[in-house]
Design a protein. Structure first.
Length: 186
């Protein structure tokens, strides 16, 4: 299985969880293909519409083994003893996606909600070791099975965003305006 195939399988497994909670914890969700905004490529794995939080950007990773998550540029994955891979910091990727989404929503005059980035590991057997203190990752990092509990724990009864179907379609439309094939060197 290629990395792309594994990533797609992980995203599909997260989509199944989101379908189960749609209408209860979340009002809905959307995904995007490649987005190119001011010559910068990115993709929204999932954008959740959460009445008691706002918008939640899920960056999905389907990594296995032990992952050492830090504030640094790279995260370390150890699949089996001695076999290590370095990957870009998924928290930074999620923050970048959230920031680009914010700019797109502002340009489309539909920036009405807070945006919360979260990294989700689709492989529930992955072991995530989070650094502490000033070296801790920039976002929350959860396993796929933790999505409903994370949404509950981070919801506020003092907040209630009523996402209308019109707003949902407007967000989707604004994002689609920037959907394009991957642009090399963007």
């Amino acid at each position: 299985m290629t990395l792309t195939d594994a990533g797609n399988a992980g995203e599909e497994s997260v989509r199944n969880v989101l379908r189960e909670i749609k209408g209860t914890s979340i009002s809905g969700f959307i995904r995007s293909k490649n987005i190119c905004y001011y010559n910068r490529n990115f993709q929204i794995d999932f954008l959740l519409f959460v009445p008691k939080i706002g918008l939640v950007v899920l960056e999905v990773k389907n990594w296995k083994g032990t992952v050492k998550a830090t504030a640094g540029d790279k995260w370390l994955q150890e699949v089996i003893a001695g076999h290590r891979n370095e990957f870009g910091n998924a928290s930074l990727q999620s923050l970048r996606t959230s920031g680009m989404l914010l700019q797109i929503l502002e340009k489309g005059k539909i920036n009405k909600w807070p945006i919360r980035p979260v990294v989700v590991f689709a492989n529930d057997r992955a072991k995530i070791l989070r650094a502490n203190g000033k070296n801790s990752p920039q976002t929350d990092i959860i396993l796929k099975s933790m999505i409903p509990k994370w949404l509950s724990d981070n919801s506020s009864d003092e907040i209630m965003y009523r996402f209308t179907s019109s707003e949902f379609e407007m967000v989707k439309s604004v994002i689609c305006q920037y959907t394009s094939e991957y642009v090399e060197n963007a």
